[in-house]
Every structure is written in C-alpha cells, then in structure tokens.
Design a protein around this ligand. Structure first.
Ligand code: FEO
Length: 172
C-alpha cells in the first residue's frame, strides 16, 4: 500500500511524464512542418516513449492500492528559433526530469518504501540514457552550425539513432 506522500509524489511524476510527451509531440510537429522528417520521427518516438513512462507509473500506482491521477497539462512550447534551440530545450527538459526522479527516489527512502524505490531504479537508468542521447545529439547539432548540407545529413542519420535507441530500450 502506498503512503499518501508517495502516492502524491508519484502522481506528480505522472504529470511530468505526460507533459514530456506533449513537449516532444510539439517538437515533432515543428520539425515536420519544417520538412525534416528524420528529426520529426525521432521526436514522435520520444513522445511515445514518454507516454510509456507515464503509463508504467499509472499502473504501478493503481497496483499498489493508490489512484493514479490524470491531470490537466501545461501547454508546451510550440515554436523554436532553431533546431539547436529545440535540442537544447530537449536536454534541459531531461535534466529537469532527472532531478524530479532523484527527488522521488529520495522520498521513497525517507518513507522506507523499498518497493517504490526498487521500481524507480528503471527510471534512474532511463534518465542516464536519455540525457546521454540528448548530449550526443546536441554535440552533433553544434558541429553542424548553420550548414544546410550538414542538417540534411543529420536529419537522415538521426533515424539511425532512433533505431539504435529503440533496440536498446529494455522491454520491462
Ligand atoms: Fe520520461 Fe524523458 O523522461
């Protein structure tokens, strides 16, 4: 059985994951209307992954005798000055999510809820991977700068990155 403190902290995270899905959906749409299909597909996949993160939490809360909350969401940013800015925002966003997961882990220990602590380890590992991917992408974007040819190649190659990260995603 979840304590009220843990239930409320997990529900907060459900909202964050749902908002993350919206953030990446907005990025996918922006890239799509700019004609960059590879980047757009990458973002659509990211958005789907965030929804999975949310659902995993929803199931966990309900299975442990809590009631998962489906909240109103903040509207995401829908336009960006550049692709660089968009990917910077992606990394910034993932850093915020990681901080939130760390806080949740901290609360689970304070509450001596070792089942929740164990459950959260998957998110800890996932955040390491997501931040690393975002940093790798940003390094490449910084290398490209304003070079149109570079952006064309990056748009093609990011699809490869999607395939790789999908292959590495744990099925748990
Ligand atoms: Fe579910 Fe990218 O944090």
């Amino acid at each position: 059985m979840l304590s009220k403190t843990i239930e409320s902290a997990l529900n907060k995270q459900i909202r964050i994951e749902a908002e993350s899905s919206q953030v990446y959906l907005a990025m996918a749409v922006w890239a799509e209307v700019k004609g960059l299909e590879g980047i757009s597909n990458f973002m659509y996949d990211q958005s789907d992954e965030e929804r999975e993160h949310m659902l995993k939490l929803v199931k966990f809360v309900n299975e442990r005798g809590g009631h998962a909350r489906v909240s109103e969401l903040n509207a995401p940013n829908v336009t960006f000055k550049s692709f660089k800015e968009m990917f910077e925002k992606l990394l910034d966003h993932e850093i915020v999510v990681s901080e939130s997961i760390n806080e949740l882990v901290h609360i689970s220990l304070q509450e001596k809820d070792y089942a929740t602590h164990n459950f959260l380890q998957w998110y800890v590992a996932e955040q390491i991977e997501e931040e690393a991917t975002a940093r790798t992408i940003l390094d490449k974007v910084n290398m490209i700068g304003d070079d149109k040819g570079g952006l064309y190649l990056f748009d093609r190659d990011i699809q490869q990155l999607t395939v790789n990260s999908a292959a590495q995603t744990p099925t748990a």
